[in-house]
Ligand binder design. Sequence first.
Ligand code: DX5
Ligand code: ZN
Length: 220
Amino acid sequence: MGMQIAPSILSADFANLETEIARVSTADWLHFDVMDGHFVPNLTVGLPVLERIAQVSPMPVDAHLMIENPDRWAPRYAEAGAASVTFHYEAAKDPKAIARDLRALGVRASVALKPGTPVDAVLDDIKYFDMVLVMTVEPGFGGQSFMPDMLPKVEALRAAARDAAHDLWIQTDGGIARDTIEQTARAGCDVFVAGSAVYGAADPAAEVDALRDLAAAAAK
Ligand code: DX5
Ligand code: ZN
């Protein structure tokens, strides 16, 4: 796999989601942010919306669960049609068990780290996961500033994956745009979430391609 771009529909027009999804058809994934008003202060959408989005989206859906009790709920998002499910380490009682459940349902299992969570939390367990999401903002809202001090976590994960010969995808989410994607790619990230940078562009599909090209060139 090369560099992959996952536009976040958090920055899309929620009254016209099918049209908004079509505007990013050059993307590799559609990033679907679930917030419960408890794990994060904000509240977005959940299972019934994901179920319909997965039916109409030409791209596979990458669900990012910013919710409490992912041990119970993460498998439901796999059953609802997500092809990749990311839950937060901080909210999980048993991260490895959730990953096992997700893989058993045939989807990619991914764990996310808030900015304050050290990468050591998952470094010895990467084999259980298909992807690790390193948050580059405090989860909860789109349009925040990128935190470059998160990049050492990406570097540590990339080194650990190499040592373990594990094909781990590393995702970043928050403040990814033309001016931040190159350093992030060089650190070892290969899946980039972008909300405001993509949906704020005049041509979102072209912006997806531009971001992917920048990441690919930087990582060479
Ligand atoms: C934030 C969400 C992100 C958000 C990113 O908590 O997880 O996916 O949509 O938005 P930007 O790219 O605008 O920072
Ligand atoms: Zn997200």
